[in-house]
Design a protein around this ligand. Structure first.
Ligand SMILES: [Zn+2]
Length: 231
């Protein structure tokens, strides 16, 4: 027996992405929608290149040699919208299908236009509720792998190297760690005593924080009373 790992799909080049946009919808399961999309894909021959340019200008992707590499910002946007209808390729298919029905006189244009109105209202509400999480400007050398940088997000700070996996949660027993405090932890391995942590039993306590040998954040009590309060 051979033990092997699956390889991730190779990154898109500009040419392969254009091709993928053109043939988007081949995997749409509804037959009428797939048929209706056959001629369309995502965008038109005139707009596809401009769509890719927009990905560059919004800093969603960068070019590395020939590959298009998603940025942190691009991946955050992707994570946010991937389950939403605005990112659903089948939607284009259903629109193309409806337009074809109108052409053949099988659907009233008003019906389609009403449905678009409802859709627009829903998708706008959905997007307005959305918060896109983007890392702040600060970075700090990762003390665990000692090669990659740690980036600061609203809820966590984490190493950019996923194989390293260092993560520091900002919220610790109802206290929020600032960038400055996390930087202290990353550079010195500990943070001076913080007052007013709240235990699960709703008791307040003071403690310093430090990394344990696996770079997990633990409390550091001045005089060790017990092993309690370990995170
Ligand atoms: Zn690291």
């Amino acid at each position: 027996m051979l033990e092997k790992q699956t390889k991730p799909k190779p990154l898109h080049t500009e040419a392969s992405l254009l091709g993928a946009m053109e043939s988007a919808g081949k995997e749409v399961t509804n037959e009428a929608e797939r048929e209706a999309m056959k001629e369309s894909g995502i965008g038109t021959p005139a707009t596809r290149a401009a769509i890719i340019e927009t990905l560059f200008s919004r800093n969603y992707i960068v070019r590395e040699k020939k590959s298009l590499v998603p940025t942190d910002k691009g991946l955050s946007v992707y994570e946010t919208v991937k389950e939403k209808r605005i990112a659903d390729v089948a939607m284009t298919g259903s629109w193309e299908n409806a337009l074809a029905q109108i052409e053949r006189g099988n659907m009233q244009p008003e019906t389609f236009s009403k449905a678009i109105e409802v859709y627009t209202r829903q998708i706008t509400a959905e997007l307005l509720e959305t918060k896109i999480v983007v890392a702040g400007e600060n970075t700090c050398l990762c003390p665990k792998c000692k090669t990659a940088q740690v980036r600061f997000y609203p809820k966590v700070a984490k190493c950019t190297d996923v194989n390293c996996g260092l993560v520091v949660f900002r919220n610790i027993s109802e206290k929020q760690l600032s960038d400055r405090q996390i930087t202290e932890l990353l550079t010195k391995g500990k943070i001076a005593v913080i007052k007013g942590f709240k235990s699960k039993a709703d008791k307040t306590f003071d403690a310093a924080l430090k990394f344990d040998e696996n770079y997990r954040v633990t409390y550091d009590f001045p005089e060790k009373k017990s092993g309690k309060g370990k995170k």
